[in-house]
Design a protein around this ligand. Structure first.
Ligand code: NAI
Length: 702
């Protein structure tokens, strides 16, 4: 490349005696093969020129937001990133990374290869490789500790946290905060930084600051805990600590070897599958309408969910009008919102100023007319169709034309609710999970008449709240609760067949679930399901297997944690196996003439996961979910399915056909029907094909 030329994605210009290398690979300047080639050529060109320094900058909205993740599944095409970074270090001129937007992964590693880093206040920097099942692969684990120390480097590398520029400055990850928003001014800041320190300063040659052994131990323990024993996390820790003992050159070579192995590991493929699945889930094929503008949100019902959703919307910065049904409930809700904000301040999660700002955005009222100026109104009142329909009728009369009417119902038919309004096209479901300000998943429910713009608005809203949207059709339990119910029922079958609740929970957590199904049931309250089963008793199909144990527990007043007894006894808040529960289980088995048998942990896991897969196949066949990968996203984000497996369907696509067939047989026996309803093998066929293509690419055959 010669001066003032470019290879389509990278250009070199000379400005006032400085070389300016601009990366322009929209949308996020991902560090693809073309980008790496372009930077290398630009460096070769500028190295032979008489300039005072070089500034590397990203065009558009960001620096290099990361490496091109699609390239990680195949042999990497040269030039590889370490070669580009070596060329930056070998460049005779000082090189400054001028960062705005994001400098993540390979993008931040490239910046660490530079002699200087300046960043705008809106920039974020970090090494998220660990969250994709890998470790940094281009010196990040060796250069970062030289700037921030071993303990901080361990926690940054192992969490993949995006560090805001101001904190990055405090930690030493950047040299200068450039208070500007224009690319031009950012380049000038880069030039000024070089003029102030016109020397080469290779990070790899710097000493690692002396570490406090206790701080390192604490960081290590926290990282291992959060990392759930995944092998890449312990590798990342080991590599960061190598920076203390091994010459940088050798440690960087070791890091590269580990990275090359891990990037084609099972975990890495699974996590990349999820990475793309998460993005696909937020799209509805064939819908491309622009979202409506949302300036004010209305919420009706300030109970558990209404308050959580309210906190989430306020945190995102939109004004909220929250309606409760009478003055007492209104005052109680207003007080609870204030207490939650105060609690967040006292725990150090937000500052008093932020809390005040959020409370200023909130109006709590008992007058539904106060919602007249809202652009989107979401109801979270009692789960009762008559109440919800009444409310929808009133809201329809009050709201301005075009305003969106949404329901947070868990199980009720939103088409039915829409039918009482004059605007069924503007009705959608927004099914949050509890606690709504913490849980990432948000099911966006599409009724038979939801308009394109309502759906586009609902998806925009999900993104604005930083939620993971998954689109579901109207169905009992939508995608997530429907599949989870099948899993929970299977757990009950297992207990009735002979397993102890604690054995089922242990098998689930050993598979990787955050909690077992019975611990979850006790935590959420067994009475919720009991009330629902009582409502549905008259319409239940008598031919399906029904386990009485949860009803009998509730009849004995055992609702879970809140009554200090459910499947477990709770002594000083700690769950213990319960003799009372064991007796109820034994009675339930005896009543049906079931002789309990020992069930192995593997057989328990097969039946639990099999139940998820079987129900998922039905959910897909019925068109409730759009695509198989949406189910993986739902289970991982809403139900504690282990992320590193890629979700249940991705996990299943890695099992042999024989073992999937065995799982199906086991389910059929458990269901007492002799057959299972969903065709698991058919469902995972596209994922099996994706895996086969991966295997070919790994070997460089495609
Ligand atoms: P909740 O009982 O805690 O809160 C309901 C609130 O709505 C109460 O504060 C009540 O005073 C208020 N309310 C009732 N009728 C009203 C009306 N006409 N106008 C104004 N306010 C009214 O119930 P929760 O748990 O918050 O559930 C609300 C909705 O969210 C239900 O549809 C539920 O199925 C759904 N949901 C619940 C989840 C959970 O984990 N609790 C999860 C996802 C959805």
């Amino acid at each position: 490349m010669t001066t003032d030329q470019n290879n389509g994605v990278v250009s070199l210009k000379i400005r006032a005696g400085f070389g300016i290398i601009t990366i322009d690979n929209p949308p996020v300047n991902a560090g693809s093969t073309a980008v790496r080639t372009g930077i290398l050529e630009a460096l070769a060109d500028v190295s032979s020129q008489d300039v005072q320094g070089v500034v590397i900058v990203g065009a558009g909205r960001t620096f290099i937001a990361g490496s091109d993740i699609r390239e990680f599944g195949a042999p990497l095409a040269p030039p590889e990133l370490p070669q580009v970074i070596a060329a930056i270090e070998d460049c005779p001129h000082p090189v400054c990374a001028a960062i705005h937007g994001a400098a993540l992964g390979g993008g931040f590693e490239l910046a660490l290869g530079c002699d200087l880093r300046v960043a705008t206040p809106d920039a974020v920097l970090g090494l998220p490789e660990v969250t994709l099942g890998m470790v940094p692969g281009a010196g990040g684990s060796q250069r970062l500790p030289r700037l921030v120390g071993i303990d901080t480097a361990i926690s940054l590398v192992c969490s993949g946290r995006r560090v805001p520029a101001s904190e990055a400055k405090t930690l030493g990850m950047i040299d200068t905060l450039a208070d500007t928003t224009s690319e031009d001014a950012l380049v000038s800041a880069g030039i000024a930084a070089i003029q102030a320190a016109p020397v080469k300063r290779k990070l790899r040659d710097l000493p690692v600051p002396p570490a406090d052994p206790q701080a390192v131990k604490t960081a290590e323990a926290a990282a291992l805990r959060r990392g759930k024993g995944r092998p890449n996390v312990s590798e990342a820790i080991r590599l960061v600590k190598l920076s203390e003992t091994l010459p940088a050159q050798e440690a960087i070579a070791q890091e590269r070897g580990v990275f090359q192995n891990l990037r084609v590991s099972e975990d890495a493929f699974a996590l990349r599958h999820l990475f793309f699945a998460e993005r696909a889930a937020t799209r509805i094929d064939g819908i491309d309408a622009p979202p409506n503008t949302i300036k004010r949100v209305g919420l009706v019902g300030g109970g558990t969910m209404g308050q959580g959703i309210c906190r989430a919307v306020l945190a995102a910065g939109l004004p909220v009008t929250l309606i409760e049904r009478d003055p007492d409930s209104r005052d109680r809700t207003a007080l609870a919102m204030q207490q939650a904000m105060d609690g967040a301040v006292s725990k150090g999660r937000i500052t008093a100023q932020v809390a005040q700002h959020r409370m200023d955005l909130l109006t709590v009222s008992d007058q539904i007319q106060d919602l007249a100026d809202c652009d989107l109104v979401l109801e979270a009142v009692f789960e009762d169709m008559a109440i919800k329909k009444d409310l929808f009728r009133s809201l329809d009369a009050i709201l301005k034309p075009g305003a969106i009417l949404a329901s947070n119902t868990s199980y009720l038919d939103i088409d039915d609710m829409a039918s009482v309004t004059s605007r069924p096209g503007n009705v959608v479901g927004l099914h949050f999970f509890s606690p709504a300000d913490v849980m990432k998943l948000l099911e966006v429910v599409r009724t038979s008449s939801s308009s394109q713009s309502s759906l586009a608005t609902a998806l925009w809203f999900a993104k604005f709240l930083n939620k993971q949207a998954v689109v579901s059709r109207v169905a009992e339990g939508f995608i997530g609760n429907r599949i989870y119910s099948a899993y929970r029922r299977q757990a009950e079958f297992l207990v009735e067949d002979g397993a102890k609740p604690e054995e089922v929970d242990k098998a689930a957590t050993e598979f990787g679930f955050a909690m077992g199904p019975f611990a979850v049931g006790d935590m959420s309250g067994l009475d919720i399901g009991w009330n629902m089963r009582k409502r549905q008793a008259a319409t239940r199909n008598p031919d399906t297997r029904y386990v009485d144990i949860p009803d009998w527990l509730c009849e004995a007043g055992r609702f879970g944690r809140k009554t200090k007894g459910g499947y477990y006894d709770y002594i000083n808040g700690k769950a213990q196996p319960s003799a009372i529960t064991a007796k109820i289980i034994a009675d339930a088995r005896a009543a049906k003439g079931i002789t309990p048998r020992k069930i192995s942990p593997k057989a328990i896991q097969d039946r639990l996961i099999g139940a998820i897969l079987n129900e998922a196949a039905l959910v897909l066949k019925e068109g409730i979910a759009q695509r198989p990968s949406d189910i993986d996203v739902t289970l991982v984000h809403g139900y504690g399915f282990p992320r590193w497996t890629g979700g249940p369907l991705w996990w299943a696509s890695g099992q042999t056909q024989h073992s999937i067939a065995d799982m199906s047989d086991g389910l059929a026996v458990a269901a007492g029907t002799g057959h299972v309803s969903g065709d698991i093998e058919d469902m995972i066929a596209p994922l099996r094909e994706a895996r086969q293509n991966i295997d070919k690419r790994k070997l460089g055959h495609a």
